[in-house]
Design a binder for this molecule. Structure first.
Ligand SMILES: Cc1cc2nc3c(=O)[nH]c(=O)nc-3n(C[C@H](O)[C@H](O)[C@H](O)COP(=O)(O)OP(=O)(O)OC[C@H]3O[C@@H](n4cnc5c(N)ncnc54)[C@H](O)[C@@H]3O)c2cc1C
Length: 418
C-alpha cells in the first residue's frame, strides 16, 4: 500500500485521512492501470470506470446517510476528484458528471423521489446525469426549446439535448424542459427521464479529449414521464439548473482541473530534470527554472482557490463568488500551465499520446462545462456591480443543515471580499 500523502491543512483534516487512503488505493490499483488503455481507445464510453466507482460509494459523497450516502462534504469530494483526475482526467470527469447528476434530486427532489433514487445512486447501481444544454442553447438556459407538455397525469417531452456528460452511461437523466412560454418567469421544469423510457435515444458525438468520458446527445421523441418524475415544482427548472451548476458543477470541474494541473506540473518537472543539456539538464537553465516556477505558483494558487471555496461551502457560508472563482482560476491557470508544459517539451509536445499533448486537450475541455470563462466573468461582474441575486450557496447550506453548524457565518450575508 502506498504511503498516505500529507494532508492539506486546515482544509483536509484527520477526518479525511481514511478517505484519502481509500482514494489512493483505488487510483493506484484500478485507475492507473486503466488510464493508458482509455487514452489509446480514443472517444468511447468507458464502462469499466463505472464498475470501479460503483463499488466505492463515491457517488454518495454528497448524499445524506439517511439515503445511503456519506455526506462527506465538498472538501472531501474535491480531494477525491482531484486525486483521480491527476491520474486519469477522463475518470475524474466521469465521476464528477454523475455526482452532479444527483444534485437536482438531492436539492429539490420530494421525499418519495429521494427515497426511491438516492440509495440506488449512493450504492452505484443507478448513475444519474444532468441534461440542460441543447444543440443551439448552452449558457442561455432560459432560451431552451425542449418542451414538456401535459398529457393526462403526466408530461410528454420532445426535443434534443447535447454535450451531456455520461449520457451514454446514465440510467436516469435529470432533463430540464420548457413548460411555459419563452419570456415567462418560471417557464422551465426538471424531470427524471429513465434510460429505458420509449422515445429516448442517446446520440453519440465524439469529443476530442477526455477519452472514455462520453459527452453525447439525448434525443427525446414523445417521451412520456409520470407526474412522480417532476423534480421539485413545475417552474423550478431554471433554479435547479443554476443551483446544480453553481454549487456542485463549478467546484467539481475546478477539482478535475486541479488534478490535471498537478499532472502537467509533474510531467514538466520530470522532463526538464531528465533531458540532457550542455553538461547538465534543461532544469539547470534559468529561463526553464522560471517557467517551472510560474507553473508552481499557479498550481499553489489553484489549490488554495479550489479548497477554500469547498471549505466555505461545507461551512454553510455564502460563497457563490468563490465557487465561480475556483473554476475560473483552475481552468485559466491550468490552460496557461499546459502551454508552459508544451514549451518545455519543445517539438516532442506535438507527439500524439505524450502526457503533455493529452493533458492540454483535456484541460481545454474543462472550460465549457458549468459555464465557460466569459460566463464566469459575467457572474463575477454581477457580484461586483449588481444586480444582486440570492446566493445559491445559501440555499444549499439551508438544505444541508450546514447553517446550523456555522450560524454566525451564514447569517453574516455576502462575503465582502467577493
Ligand atoms: C466536457 C463537457 C461536459 C459537459 N457536461 C454537461 C452536462 O453534464 N450537462 C449539460 O447540460 N451540459 C454539459 N456540457 C455543456 C456545457 O454546459 C455548455 O457547453 C456550456 O454551458 C456552454 O454552452 P455552449 O457550449 O452552448 O456555448 P454558448 O452558450 O453558445 O456560448 C459560446 C460562447 O459565447 C460567449 N457567450 C455566450 N453567452 C454569453 C454571455 N451571456 N455573456 C458573455 N459571453 C457569452 C462565450 O464566449 C461562450 O464561450 C458539457 C460540455 C463539455 C465540453
Amino acid at each position: 500500500m502506498p504511503a498516505a500523502a500529507s494532508l492539506f491543512q486546515p482544509y483536509l483534516t484527520e477526518d479525511h485521512r481514511g478517505l484519502q487512503r481509500d482514494v489512493e488505493e483505488v487510483v493506484a490499483a484500478a485507475i492507473a492501470p486503466l488510464a493508458p488503455q482509455m487514452e489509446a481507445r480514443g472517444p468511447h464510453t468507458d464502462r469499466e470506470v463505472r464498475r470501479i466507482f460503483s463499488e466505492t460509494g463515491w457517488l454518495g459523497l454528497l448524499i445524506s446517510p439517511e439515503w445511503g450516502g456519506t455526506d462527506a462534504g465538498h472538501v472531501a469530494k474535491t480531494m477525491v476528484l482531484a486525486a483521480i483526475s491527476q491520474v486519469s482526467p477522463a475518470a475524474g470527469a466521469i465521476l464528477q458528471a454523475s455526482i452532479l447528476g444527483a444534485a437536482p434530486i438531492v436539492e429539490r427532489g420530494s421525499e418519495e423521489m429521494r427515497r426511491t433514487w438516492l440509495p440506488e445512486i449512493a450504492a452505484g447501481r443507478v448513475w444519474p446525469t444532468i441534461a440542460v444544454t441543447e444543440p443551439e442553447m448552452g449558457s442561455h438556459v432560459r432560451g431552451m426549446t425542449t418542451t414538456a407538455r401535459r398529457k393526462g397525469r403526466g408530461f410528454v417531452i420532445e426535443g434534443e439535448k447535447d454535450l451531456i456528460g455520461n449520457a451514454g452511461l446514465g440510467d436516469v437523466h435529470c432533463v430540464v424542459a420548457r413548460t411555459g412560454k419563452l419570456h415567462e418567469p418560471r417557464s422551465l421544469t426538471a424531470f427524471l427521464v429513465e434510460r429505458h423510457m420509449p422515445g429516448l435515444e442517446v446520440v453519440h458525438r465524439p469529443l476530442n479529449g477526455l477519452y472514455g468520458f462520453s459527452v453525447d446527445g439525448l434525443r427525446l421523441r414523445q417521451v412520456h414521464v409520470p407526474a412522480s418524475h417532476i423534480i421539485g415544482e413545475i417552474g423550478d427548472g431554471q433554479d435547479i439548473a443554476l443551483l446544480s451548476s453553481v454549487v456542485w458543477g463549478r467546484l467539481n470541474l475546478a477539482a478535475v482541473a486541479l488534478g490535471i494541473h498537478r499532472s502537467l506540473y509533474e510531467a514538466a518537472t520530470r522532463w526538464v530534470s531528465t533531458r540532457p543539456r550542455y553538461a547538465g539538464h534543461l532544469a539547470d537553465l534559468e529561463p526553464v527554472r522560471r517557467r517551472v516556477a510560474e507553473m508552481k505558483h499557479r498550481l499553489m494558487t489553484v489549490k488554495l482557490a479550489v479548497y477554500h471555496a469547498a471549505f466555505l461551502l461545507d461551512q454553510g457560508q455564502p460563497c457563490d463568488a468563490w465557487l465561480i472563482n475556483s473554476k475560473l482560476t483552475a481552468v485559466r491557470a491550468g490552460v496557461r500551465s499546459a502551454i508552459d508544459a508544451q514549451q518545455l517539451h519543445g517539438g516532442h509536445a506535438g507527439r500524439i499520446g505524450t502526457p503533455c499533448e493529452q493533458l492540454k486537450r483535456d484541460i481545454d475541455l474543462i472550460n465549457a462545462p458549468a459555464g465557460p470563462e466569459d460566463l464566469q466573468l459575467k457572474f463575477l461582474g454581477e457580484q461586483a456591480l449588481g444586480p444582486v441575486r440570492p446566493e445559491w450557496s445559501v440555499q444549499h447550506a439551508t438544505r444541508r443543515g450546514a447553517r446550523r453548524r456555522a450560524p454566525a457565518a451564514a447569517a453574516a450575508g455576502p462575503d465582502p471580499a467577493s
